[in-house]
Design a protein around this ligand. Structure first.
Ligand code: GRG
Length: 285
């Protein structure tokens, strides 16, 4: 399994599908549509959509079948980064080495571009469903609800609010291991939920059995946790601050093993997901 060539092939397919979902830059209202496109096409790794596609492949589906869900999740991820960078949140001026959306388009347009990306995600998830057979329709509705749950108050948005409170509380105080449970709760929701729902709906919409879908959901949760630990090691934040880099690496490696345990039932079909776990551990950005 050459994961680099898999990633580059799939991210090109995701980019093409995103291009088909998004309004053109010249379409009215131009400023809004340009901001939406800027948020989506500025060099993201496409980890979440690729997890959706790879989970579908692990249950024996064609990746293309779950492409709308993969795009929807990437649009939600893109919106979350636009809003996370706003002055009232992290107040960042740069993302992926470029000016953040609000620096380039103004704060008002950036807020609205985020809103529009989030709502577009659900439009894409609903598309074509009137013609779907009833079993397929049920799976689509379930996936739509799961994605909404992962993105909203019980998932990413809830985690973001708790993180803001946590940051305020620790502005002048250092973090210690007694803060670990609170930090884990935040991460499971803020970062983990959208990653875990990616493999879950990839399996569900790919036609996986209950056991397969649950195994890939557990895999996704491990990967989400892993993603955050590696992020913290790179940024010398969170886990790295509390546990130190060496201990954080140990935790990350243990999570890779646990994630791979969940893939045993898929045998060779999960080779990509195995390689993706290693890739997330070793990623450099
Ligand atoms: C504003 C509702 C709202 C939520 C924001 C996810 C999030 C919540 C904020 C992002 C903060 C952050 C940098 C978290 C660390 C993990 C993470 C999500 C990194 C960015 O994801 P990548 O590396 O991004 O997949 P790319 O650039 O590849 O798309």
């Amino acid at each position: 399994m050459n994961i680099q060539s898999y990633l580059s092939k799939k991210s090109k397919q995701v980019d093409q599908a995103l291009e088909n979902c998004l309004p053109g830059a010249g379409e009215y209202p131009k400023h809004l549509h340009q901001a939406m496109r800027y948020a989506v096409f500025s060099g993201g790794k496409r980890v979440r959509p690729i997890l959706v596609l790879a989970a579908a492949e692990a249950v024996g589906s064609k990746a293309q079948k779950v492409m709308p869900a993969a795009c929807a999740i990437e649009l939600i991820h893109s919106y979350s980064l636009v809003h996370d960078d706003l002055p009232s949140m992290d107040n960042d001026t740069q993302r992926r080495g470029k000016p953040t959306c609000h620096i380039k388009f103004g704060e008002d347009t950036a807020i609205l571009a985020g809103d529009a990306l989030l709502t577009l995600a659900f439009k894409i998830l609903s598309e074509g469903s009137f013609q779907a057979p009833s079993q397929e329709l049920k799976r689509r509705l379930e996936a739509l609800g799961l994605i909404a749950q992962a993105a909203g108050n019980y998932g990413m948005v809830g985690g973001q609010v708790l993180d803001m409170e946590f940051q305020k509380k620790h502005q002048n105080a250092s973090v210690s291991d007694k803060d670990l449970p609170a930090m884990e709760f935040i991460n499971v929701h803020k970062t983990g939920a959208l990653i875990a729902v990616s493999t879950r709906v990839g399996a569900l919409l790919g036609g996986g059995t209950k056991a397969q879908t649950e195994a890939l959901y557990r895999y996704g949760k491990r990967i989400g946790h892993l993603f955050q630990i590696v992020d913290d090691i790179m940024d010398k934040e969170g886990y790295a601050k509390i546990l130190g880099a060496q201990q954080s690496w140990k935790q990350a490696e243990a999570l890779v093993l646990k994630a791979k345990q969940e893939l045993k039932i898929f045998e060779k079909k999960a080779a990509t997901l195995e390689a993706l776990a290693d890739f997330i551990l070793m990623r450099k950005n």
